[in-house]
Design a protein around this ligand. Structure first.
Ligand code: HEM
Length: 210
C-alpha cells in the first residue's frame, strides 16, 4: 500500500463548502422555479437562502481558483499536450468505466500529487469549473439585482435570456453532479475516492493498478 497526498486543505475546504452549497442551491432553486410543483420552504425563505448561499459560493470559487493559480498544483489540470496520447489515455479510461470495471480489470490511472486526474476528469472538471460554473454564477448575480444590473442584463438579451441561460447551466450542473456521484464510488472500495477528499490522502493498492 502507498499513500499519496492528493487533496490539499484549501481544495478540501472549497470542495465541501461547494458541495453543500450546491445541494442547497438546487433545493431552493427548484423551489423558486417550480413553485406550483414543489413546496419545500416558504418562497421568501427560498429566495433569501438562494441569494446568500449563491454569494458564498462565488466567494468560495475564488478559494479554488486562487489556490490553483498561485500554487504549483495547477499541473493536475494541465492535459497531456500530445493529442494522440491524450485521447489514447482518454479512451483507455472510458473503456475501463464502460466495460473493464465490470470484468474486474485494474484501474488505468493512479492519482499522485501532481498528476491526480485521468484525462476524462481533466476535461470534465475544466468544462465545469472554467465554463459552466462561472456562467451559472454570473447569470445568477445578474438575476440577484436586475435593477442594478439592468444595462448588463439588456446587453445579454434581457431577463428572459439571462434566466434561460441560468436554468440551462443549472441543468448541466445537476447532470454533472449525478454523474460525479456515480464516478466517485468507482474506486477499489466504495469510499476509496471519497475518504481522500476528507483526509487529503489517497491509499493506492499497487496490486489494483497497472
Ligand atoms: C454531495 C456532493 C458531492 C460529493 C459527495 C463530491 C465528491 C467528490 C470527491 C470524492 C472528489 C474526489 C474524487 C475526484 O477527484 O474525482 C471530488 C472532486 C471534485 N468535485 Fe465533487 N462532490 C460533490 C459535489 C460537487 C459539485 C457540486 C461540484 C461542482 C459544481 C464538484 C466538483 C468537483 C471538482 C472540480 C473536483 C476536483 C477538485 C480538485 O481536486 O481540484 N463536486 N468530488
Amino acid at each position: 500500500m502507498e499513500k499519496h497526498y492528493i487533496h490539499p486543505l484549501p481544495v478540501r475546504i472549497w470542495h465541501w463548502v461547494n458541495a453543500l452549497g450546491f445541494l442547497t442551491m438546487i433545493a431552493t432553486g427548484v423551489q423558486i422555479r417550480y413553485l406550483d410543483l414543489v413546496q419545500l420552504f416558504p418562497f421568501k425563505t427560498a429566495v433569501m437562502v438562494h441569494n446568500w448561499v449563491g454569494l458564498l459560493l462565488i466567494a468560495n470559487y475564488f478559494l479554488w481558483l486562487g489556490f490553483y493559480m498561485f500554487s504549483d498544483k495547477i499541473t493536475v489540470y494541465l492535459p497531456e499536450m500530445n493529442a494522440a496520447k491524450f485521447f489514447q489515455e482518454f479512451w483507455k479510461q472510458l473503456k475501463y468505466y464502460g466495460h473493464g470495471i465490470f470484468l474486474g480489470e485494474v484501474e488505468p490511472h493512479v492519482a499522485t500529487a501532481y498528476h491526480k486526474f485521468n484525462p476524462m476528469q481533466i476535461m470534465t472538471y475544466q468544462i465545469i469549473m472554467l465554463l459552466v460554473v462561472p456562467v451559472l454564477f454570473f447569470s445568477g448575480l445578474l438575476l440577484w439585482d436586475v435593477t442594478q444590473f439592468a444595462s448588463i442584463v439588456a446587453m445579454f438579451g434581457g431577463i428572459r435570456m439571462v434566466d434561460t441561460v441560468h436554468v440551462l447551466m443549472f441543468i448541466v450542473c445537476t447532470a454533472f453532479l449525478i454523474m460525479h456521484l456515480y464516478l466517485i464510488t468507482l474506486g477499489h472500495t466504495l469510499l476509496a475516492h471519497i475518504k481522500p477528499m476528507l483526509t487529503g490522502y489517497e491509499t493506492v493498492n499497487k496490486r489494483r493498478y497497472r
